[in-house]
Design a protein around this ligand. Structure first.
Ligand code: FE2
Length: 272
């Protein structure tokens, strides 16, 4: 099966130049819509606690991000037979807006208008013999300095909930054959318990850091533990999130593909 994995699109026009016609399957590890304005809002909300955008500007930013996501979804839906994706941190419209009592749809709800595009968060699917598991963005606070952020209590609560859900899902697939784990986050690949693969797959540009990531690795420890504890599976992990970590790596016998962002993509083929 010919697969095209698109890096976090973020609403970029460059996506429309990607020729999807040869792909049997398109995978997108999340962050579909544009995120520049919402990123600014979230950084202020979490890091300083003082939001400079007005209420109306934040609502407009949500709407623009959702509209740009719909344009990307229309393109992949019109040009490929099947697309699977997971929710990235920039796609959490509903969760983010709920904090203010606003109502926006989830990415899954938006995708219902595109019949051959499916969000597979916490799902295990068999597509033409290819077994794919989907893991959306999840907070992993274990590598972030805790004292810096003003909204720490609510963040820790949220992080604990998301961590539990991610761990529980990975437990359910631990014994199952998984050809591809489609994950928004890459695995944590810095030094940990004396092991240091030293891979750049999750190496963050410090200017992009939300809080202080130790040694600038910002991947998920939950995924790393899963990779190290699952002897045969998955064969391939497709991820995004840390755009500057684009490339193909190997951790514990698993091929890790960080697809990059905004028009970048990786093509590969798997037997099924
Ligand atoms: Fe992204």
């Amino acid at each position: 099966m010919k697969i095209m994995a698109l890096g976090d699109p973020h609403g970029s026009q460059k996506i429309y130049q990607v020729d999807l016609s040869k792909a049997d399957l398109v995978l997108i590890p999340g962050d579909i819509g544009r995120a520049d304005e919402l990123r600014k809002y979230y950084r202020e909300y979490y890091l300083t606690g003082k939001v400079t955008l007005s209420r109306e500007e934040v609502i407009e930013a949500y709407k623009r991000s959702i509209d740009s996501a719909k344009s990307i979804l229309l393109y992949v839906s019109s040009n490929s037979p099947q697309t699977f994706l997971v929710t990235g941190n920039a796609d959490e419209f509903k969760k983010g807006a709920q904090r203010h009592g606003w109502s926006f749809p989830t990415l899954g709800e938006i995708c219902r208008d595109f019949p051959n595009v499916k969000v597979i968060d916490y799902q295990y699917v068999n597509h033409g013999g290819l077994r794919i598991a989907g893991l959306p963005n999840h907070f992993d606070f274990s590598r972030i300095s805790r004292h810096l952020l003003p909204r720490m209590d609510s963040l820790i609560e949220e992080a604990e909930r998301e961590k539990r859900r991610a761990v529980d899902f990975l437990d359910t697939i631990r014994e199952k054959p998984v050809d591809i784990l489609l994950s928004h986050d890459p695995p944590f690949c810095g030094e940990y318990k004396g092991k240091n693969p030293g891979l750049k797959v999750d190496m963050i540009d410090s200017r992009m850091s939300l809080g202080n990531h130790h040694d600038r690795h910002a991947g998920s420890l939950i995924i790393r533990e899963y990779l190290l504890s699952s002897e045969s599976w998955p064969k391939t992990l497709v991820c995004g999130h840390i755009h500057e970590g684009k490339g193909i790596y190997e951790v514990s016998g698993v091929e890790i593909i960080n697809c990059g962002s905004e028009g970048e993509f990786v093509e590969f083929e798997l037997p099924c």
